[in-house]
Ligand binder design. Structure first.
Ligand SMILES: Cc1cc2nc3c(=O)[nH]c(=O)nc-3n(C[C@H](O)[C@H](O)[C@H](O)COP(=O)(O)O)c2cc1C
Length: 229
């Protein structure tokens, strides 16, 4: 089994600023060890594959946004709009908590710079699993310029398309401190519950350690750009 991991609270910013603050304070009191704010989803994208697959949120959980989507008609309007935090909102959130603050959904070095200026402890280089805006770059391609700009001032985490240990190795080589996975653990969860997720993580770890051994790296700190062909 995977050992107990720290729990982060992942916040989708809500239009009532105070409510966000209350959520964060409440999650901190409940033991959350980091606050991550998703900053790349001002509106959901046109998820056609999801629509074709017949994906539907149960009516009991539906919001106007999901009801609209289930008609199959793409509407860009107030019902689909999510509130997005401004940089001032992020600074305000920063002032509310001493927990690590992580901004998820950074693809532009200028935004990485602003994240640092606003007091973020880490950024997640993410294109939301490429589920939102078609034609965004792969995160592994966006990473080098961001890593160059950040220059070690804060931690960089990468997600999107991490499927093998070699993907982890490449992300670290190009400047990430860590990676996250989305769909792999969801598939594992659907297949075999908690044991499936543990198996998924163990496979990735074994594959990553093998990739390190095969590139002659005894520790993560030894992974640098020279592992890239
Ligand atoms: C079913 C599903 C639900 C997701 N929900 C959220 C979410 O609520 N907030 C968020 O920031 N990202 C969400 N994401 C994006 C993931 O956090 C992550 O950025 C992405 O899945 C990573 O790419 P990968 O699936 O290729 O590993 C979701 C992804 C999937 C597949």
């Amino acid at each position: 089994m995977v050992s107990q991991s720290p729990v982060w609270f992942l916040l989708y910013w809500q239009s009532d600023r105070t409510f966000n603050g209350e959520l964060v304070t409440r999650m901190a009191a409940l033991g959350a060890q980091a606050i991550s704010v998703t900053v790349d989803l001002p509106t959901p994208g046109d998820r056609r594959r999801q629509f074709r697959a017949g994906f539907k949120i149960p009516d009991s959980l539906a919001t106007p946004y999901f009801n609209d989507r289930n008609t199959g008609v793409l509407k860009v309007g107030t019902t689909q709009q999510r509130a997005m935090p401004t940089w001032a909102d992020i600074a305000w959130l920063r002032s509310l908590t001493t927990l690590p603050l992580i901004l998820k959904g950074i693809l532009d070095p200028d935004d990485a710079e602003q994240a640092i200026a606003t007091g973020a402890d880490a950024i997640i280089v993410s294109n939301h699993g490429s589920r939102n805006l078609d034609t965004l770059p792969a995160t592994i391609d966006a990473l080098p310029a961001i890593a160059e700009r950040v220059a070690g001032r804060i931690a960089i985490i990468l997600d999107g398309g991490v499927r093998r240990g070699t993907d982890v190795l490449k992300a670290i080589a190009l400047g990430a401190s860590a990676v996250m996975i989305g769909r792999p653990y969801v598939y594992a969860l659907a297949t075999d519950g908690a044991d499936g997720v543990a198996h998924c993580v163990n496979l990735l770890r074994r594959d990553f350690e093998m990739a390190m051994a095969l590139t002659g790296r005894a520790g993560i700190v030894e992974i640098d750009r020279s592992v890239i062909w």
